[in-house]
Unconditional design. Structure first.
Length: 228
């Protein structure tokens, strides 16, 4: 009896269809998330080698040069590795899902826009309070990703403090409330950046929802005109 043989790089019984590789399944759909994480790690190592970069790249509210609104997003405290570790963990948890939902380019645009919005919010807050403390970190950008995912997929379950199950929307409301409560405290956390970044994420989610509604309306109109 003759036996069909298929190349191991194809699905059995479906000649011509390649098995998805690790790159196609895991890396390519989340290239922006992984790229941001790698960039933050590289900048972190650079900070340890060249401490003077802090004065040139950190967000300084008393001297806010244009590039600082972007460069400070990728910087983290070199004396506290948990600052980088926690932020990258949060970015991975929320970013992987959101990037697959909206696409890499839109996701990257949101990350940068939320980070810049966070820095603008921090500078404005410092102008009001008179603070001149520099700020670094991707928290504002990550809050934008967090807020956007909470609006687009509010039923997703997350674990508060890694063991308390909670819907992501409720977790977002809780974290936003904490930032509002501690907004004017001297606890070395840029709560204003968190809130401003979150607002950018909410605005982006509204844009995505409007885009989806337009496409759905177009699809219904097309089916009606085509007689389906």
């Amino acid at each position: 009896m003759a036996q069909k043989q298929y190349n191991s790089s194809y699905y059995v019984g479906q000649p011509g269809r390649r098995e998805p590789s690790i790159i196609e399944d895991y890396l390519k759909p989340n290239i922006a998330t992984y790229g941001i994480i790698v960039a933050c790690v590289i900048v972190y190592v650079w900070e340890m080698i060249d401490l003077d970069s802090l004065t040139l790249m950190a967000m300084r509210p008393d001297r806010p040069w244009p590039w600082m609104f972007v460069t400070s997003i990728f910087m983290h405290s070199w004396v506290d590795p948990f600052h980088l570790l926690f932020n990258m963990l949060m970015l991975f948890m929320f970013g992987v899902t959101l990037e697959r939902m909206v696409g890499s380019w839109r996701y990257l645009g949101l990350f940068l826009a939320a980070g810049i919005a966070g820095n603008i919010g921090y500078v404005l807050f410092c102008l009001v309070t008179g603070s001149t403390d520099p700020a670094i970190g991707a928290s504002g950008a990550i809050y934008g990703v967090f807020a956007c995912l909470a609006i687009l997929a509010p039923q997703i379950r997350v674990y508060l403090f890694f063991f308390i199950p909670l819907r992501i929307f409720h977790a977002f409301i809780l974290y936003a409330a904490i930032d509002i409560i501690f907004l004017n405290t001297n606890d070395s956390i840029a709560h204003a950046a968190h809130l401003a970044g979150a607002l950018a994420g909410v605005a982006f989610a509204a844009y995505i929802k409007r885009l989806i509604r337009k496409r759905q309306a177009y699809a219904v109109s097309y089916e009606f005109d085509a007689g389906y």
